[in-house]
Design a protein around this ligand. Structure first.
Ligand SMILES: [Zn+2]
Length: 229
């Protein structure tokens, strides 16, 4: 079953697949996005992440995929960078929510729940990023947009393992924030900076551990040393 968000992506793909060029000869299917004109998953992936589809996909997104994080988390990050996750602002745009007052942030209730607010600038969430960077040994002045923060993470990863490490923390953080928003809405939970940072520590370590031996103590004390070995 597809979600609304996935259906839009599918429609973008189908609009290309079902409109083959007229060749003036016997009609046949051809795939315009590979020199062989033969469809492959790889060429479709490259097309979708190269900005050929004009729906906000750009080269930045191609950097999301190669990660130690689980695939469902990576897909979530990808949808987030495209602003295709069901924030309350997006639900209002799609008329799932009719009343604008229902589109306020689940955490603070003071601003519209847009991705940049929910994931970056909301009061308690900005403290989460501050704490994450302090854990990593950095003082980071956060950009005000989700893409800006993502670019910051990409810039800090120098070398293959470092890139994977920083990207892992990015995935774990946005995933924890999103799950906390869901907890607040659906389970009447509350959000605390400490518990969110703890979740990021633990989930990133579990995902890291699946590919690299490391103790939680080492990870909690100095994750950068773990992925620098
Ligand atoms: Zn808020």
């Amino acid at each position: 079953m597809f979600s609304v968000w996935e259906i839009e992506l599918l429609q973008s793909l189908l609009s290309i697949v079902v409109n083959p060029p007229l060749l003036g000869a016997t009609n046949s299917w051809s795939w315009r996005h590979d020199s062989s004109e033969i469809f492959s998953v790889k060429s479709a992936y490259l097309m979708l992440t190269s900005g050929v589809v004009h729906n906000g996909v750009d080269s930045l997104l191609a950097r999301v995929w190669k990660s130690w994080a689980p695939s469902k988390v990576i897909v979530f990050s990808w949808q987030l960078l495209l602003d295709r996750v069901p924030t309350r602002q997006n639900l209002l745009r799609r008329r799932v929510i009719r009343d604008p007052s229902g589109a306020l942030c689940a955490f603070c209730g003071a601003s519209v729940e847009a991705i940049d607010h929910l994931f970056i600038t909301c009061g308690s969430i900005s403290l989460v990023w501050y704490s994450i960077f302090r854990w990593l040994g950095f003082h980071f002045v956060s950009p005000m947009s989700i893409r800006g923060v993502f670019q910051g993470f990409l810039a800090l990863g120098l070398g293959r393992k470092s890139r994977l490490g920083w990207l892992l923390i990015w995935h774990a953080t946005v995933w924890a924030i999103w799950n906390s928003q869901n907890d607040v809405i659906f389970a009447s939970g509350t959000v605390s900076v400490e518990s969110l940072v703890d979740k990021v520590n633990l989930s990133s370590w579990k995902w890291y551990l699946a590919k690299n031996p490391s103790s939680f103590y080492e990870w909690e004390v100095h994750p950068i040393l773990c992925w620098s070995r």
